[in-house]
Design a binder for this molecule. Structure first.
Ligand SMILES: Nc1nc2c(c(=O)[nH]1)N[C@H]1C(S)=C(S)[C@@H](COP(=O)(O)O)O[C@H]1N2
Ligand SMILES: [Mo]
Length: 334
């Protein structure tokens, strides 16, 4: 993801100089590009992350109570916690993959309140305690595919968004669900400074069709690896929609509003030709600037072990969700 006014190191540095710096990093590590099997700037993000990896580890969250329904304990190699909470997109804390882990400690999650309003018979405002009391948590192992063509497998702890929406009693006017991240420039440097925040409009907003939001795979996540979410993963509560690109998974949510019309969404607003409202994972519809046919799996192997694997339609959840899109042209509605 690259907002129009965002330049990466690779953009602003002549390639020769960039590759020289790269070779220096590799040399310091006692590695050569050939040994790693990496080629050119395509792997720049792996390296950027590695350079920043001397930053403090994630604060470990409090252990959560949860069940492990068989159905959702997928037998897949998990992405280790240090990568799940060390390689992040959370532009409120900077654009580098290592920035959220380094900077999100300023996020205040005490006394969090989540409001559900709009086209509902019973608007709700809930504390995290209320949420843990009202909704039983489950561990679910889901694939996660970022639109930037990397992926992880993550054991989330959370509960079905549909259960929360039902509690608020959507009216017959409700057709979409709009989500909003906390707006607190004093806690989130990227909301104060357009350079740090990549020129996005804040607060970050996302949306789903009501049937997508009610789908049993759609989670509100409160934890990862059995513990409360670290701030960089969107504490204390974030959306997880495993068949969609990662940017739909809005973090640190304060408001959920049931609405009649399709709501604006952050990445779609900044570049609607690149990031659609649906954002269903689809190997057959390329991003205008890169292929979506394969992905780099960030797995249990070493940081620089690059494992490319085919991307699956609906991220492998087609059996569960394809029926939601019957009759919809997935090429036009990307
Ligand atoms: N508020 C907010 N939510 C966000 C983002 C963000 O920048 N701000 N980035 C999105 C993107 S692009 C991805 S891939 C996922 C990353 O989630 P993770 O860091 O927990 O893996 O969060 C999504 N949610
Ligand atoms: Mo992403």
């Amino acid at each position: 993801m690259k907002p129009v006014n965002r330049l990466t190191e690779a953009d602003v540095t002549p390639e020769s100089v960039f590759n020289m710096q790269r070779r220096q990093v590799l040399k310091t590590l006692g590695l050569s590009a050939a040994a790693l099997g990496v080629s050119g700037v395509a792997q720049a993000d792996v390296l950027d992350w590695f350079k920043g990896n001397d930053r403090p580890p994630a604060p470990s969250g409090k252990p959560l109570d949860f069940t492990k329904p068989d159905k959702y304990q997928a037998d897949l190699p998990l992405t280790p916690l240090d990568k799940v909470s060390g390689y992040n997109n959370f532009y409120e804390f900077g654009l580098d993959k290592a920035d959220p882990a380094a900077n999100a400690g300023t996020l205040k999650t005490d006394n969090w309140q989540l409001t559900i309003d709009g086209e509902v018979a019973k608007p709700l405002t809930l504390s995290m305690d209320d949420i843990f009391k009202r909704f039983a948590m489950e561990q679910r192992i889901y694939r996660m595919r970022c639109v930037e063509a990397w992926s992880m497998v993550i054991p989330w702890v959370g509960f079905e968004l549909g259960k929360l929406l039902k509690a608020a009693e959507p009216t017959s006017n409700a057709r979409f669900v709009a989500f909003q991240t906390l707006y607190a420039p004093d806690q989130m440097p990227g909301q104060k400074d357009r350079f740090i925040g990549g020129g996005l409009d804040y607060p970050y907003v996302e949306g789903l069709r009501l049937d997508e939001a009610m789908h049993p795979l759609t989670l509100l996540s409160t934890g990862v690896y059995g513990k409360a979410l670290p701030p960089q993963n969107g504490a204390p509560i974030r959306l997880t929609v495993p068949w969609k690109y990662g940017f739909k998974g809005i973090k640190s949510i304060v408001k959920i509003t049931l609405v009649r019309d399709q709501p604006p969404t952050t990445w779609n607003q900044i570049a609607d030709n690149e990031y659609g409202f649906y954002a269903n994972v689809n190997p057959h519809v390329d991003h205008p600037r890169w292929s979506q046919a394969t992905e780099r799996f960030i797995g249990p192997g070493g940081v620089l072990k690059v494992e490319r694997q085919p991307t699956l339609l609906f991220n492998g959840y087609g059996e569960e969700v394809a029926s939601l899109y019957r009759g919809l042209d997935l090429r036009r509605n990307y």
